[in-house]
Write a protein that binds this ligand. Structure first.
Ligand SMILES: NC(=O)c1ccc[n+]([C@@H]2O[C@H](COP(=O)([O-])OP(=O)(O)OC[C@H]3O[C@@H](n4cnc5c(N)ncnc54)[C@H](OP(=O)(O)O)[C@@H]3O)[C@@H](O)[C@H]2O)c1
Length: 367
């Protein structure tokens, strides 16, 4: 982890700590230079238990730990609180990793007291809520002041994008700024961890199989991409004015969403120019030297058989969008096409949310 300094370590809570994204928060917060994990919360099922007991399956007794890295030992002994009763007296920031319905109830309770950085979709489409992706839409933070006034919050709610939107938006931003974007067509091949533990994907359904539909996913990616790349004016975000058309599928891969992307640019660009804007994009973000930021937000590989989920998802600990197979597309006007890979539970969820918190601290939005 890069050694950026910060005056005091902020105390943070993770809600949904037992789930797939929640567990990634725990591994990412161990030894974090700016944050100290003080409290864990989950559903009634886990409340009152020590974390190591809450991880156990009630019927089999198996421990359901999903991350490659082991659970940091001190966290195993923490008591899990019920999300709706989480005590925030000593907490500076809440990270949430729960489904939309409970998030709708508890995130406003938390935001009354402190900033809430969410992985859930509950508030993503509200007018006074930005969908942050550090390095892309930092100026959307101005909406948070309006949100505070509208809702009487001392803190605020700021969700990150859906995990499938993350890599797509990261790849599009430099293209949009340099050449303009007329339209985007994307087909995703999404990992099973993206469905979480509950409801999750049954191995019996996904083994030897591809499932060609993920409910609500395509609409989320389309709307969020336009919002993230949109312009904030007069207190609202005008969505980016290009069409986004998606097909989202679930494949037999553990982690890492692969996406086949076709972009019609507004003006002609050579493949070298495209690679150059990807290489130079995100310099401003990288110069902030945030602890969770990777050395490169985008890595372009010339190897035609890459990116591959198993080989490339953990590049820079899952924080880098790996792009390959850039070609000219002769069907779309000024068309290009490429394949990208983004780690859905790291940059696409927990570590992406932590990066957002670091960014907002560096910008003075969280103090
Ligand atoms: N998985 C990903 O790749 C990914 C990526 C981006 C965003 N997200 C978003 O992150 C959120 C969590 O996803 P996940 O994949 O981690 O799901 P998950 O594995 O199913 O975990 C769900 C978590 O929510 C808790 N929970 C369930 N019902 C609750 C309730 N009524 N009140 C409070 N907590 C409750 C569970 O606690 P118990 O153990 O006590 O039941 C568990 O900790 C979702 O909104 C998802 O869309 C996930």
């Amino acid at each position: 982890m890069a050694g950026a300094s910060h005056p005091r370590r902020m105390k943070v809570a993770v809600v949904g700590a037992t789930g797939v994204a929640g567990q990634q928060f725990l591994t990412a917060l161990e030894n974090h230079p700016w944050f100290e994990l003080k409290r864990l919360a989950a559903s009634e099922r886990s409340a009152g238990k020590r974390y190591k007991d809450a991880l156990k399956d009630a019927s089999s007794g198996a421990t359901r730990w999903f991350c490659n890295a082991p659970c940091p030992k001190p966290y195993l002994e923490l008591h899990v609180e019920e999300a709706s009763k989480l005590v925030l007296d000593d907490i500076d920031i809440v990270f949430t990793a729960i489904e939309t319905e409970p998030a709708k109830e508890v995130e406003p309770l938390y935001a009354k007291k402190c900033p809430v950085i969410s992985t859930a979709s509950a508030f993503r489409y509200e007018n006074d809520v930005p969908v942050f992706l550090p390095g892309i839409n930092g100026d959307h933070a101005a909406l948070l002041e309006l949100q505070r006034k509208n809702r009487g919050f001392k803190g605020f709610i700021t969700p990150g994008p859906n995990c499938t939107t993350v890599g797509l938006a990261i790849s599009l931003k430099p293209l949009y700024d340099a050449f303009g974007v007329a339209s985007v067509i994307m087909t995703s091949m999404q990992a099973v961890s993206g469905a979480g533990r509950s409801p999750g994907v049954l191995s019996y359904d996904i083994t030897d199989n591809v499932i060609p539909y993920i409910p609500k996913e395509e609409e989320k990616v389309q709307k969020e991409t336009q919002k993230i790349l949109g312009v904030l004016a007069n207190g609202e975000i005008q969505p980016a004015p290009f069409g986004v058309s998606c097909t989202c599928t679930r494949v037999n891969v553990l982690d890492g969403h692969l996406e086949s992307v076709f972009v019609s640019l507004k003006r002609q660009a050579s493949l070298d120019e495209v690679k150059e804007v990807w290489r130079k994009g995100y310099q401003e973000l990288l110069e902030l030297k945030l602890p969770t930021a990777p050395p490169e937000m985008i890595h372009y590989t010339e190897e035609p058989f890459r990116p591959q989920p198993r080989l490339d998802r953990d590049m820079h600990d899952g924080m880098t969008t790996v792009i390959g197979r850039l070609r000219v597309d002769h069907v779309l006007p000024h068309g290009i096409k490429y394949v990208l890979l983004s780690h859905n539970t790291k940059m696409g969820a927990a570590k992406g949310a932590i990066l957002t918190a670091e960014y907002l601290i560096r910008r003075g939005v969280i103090s």
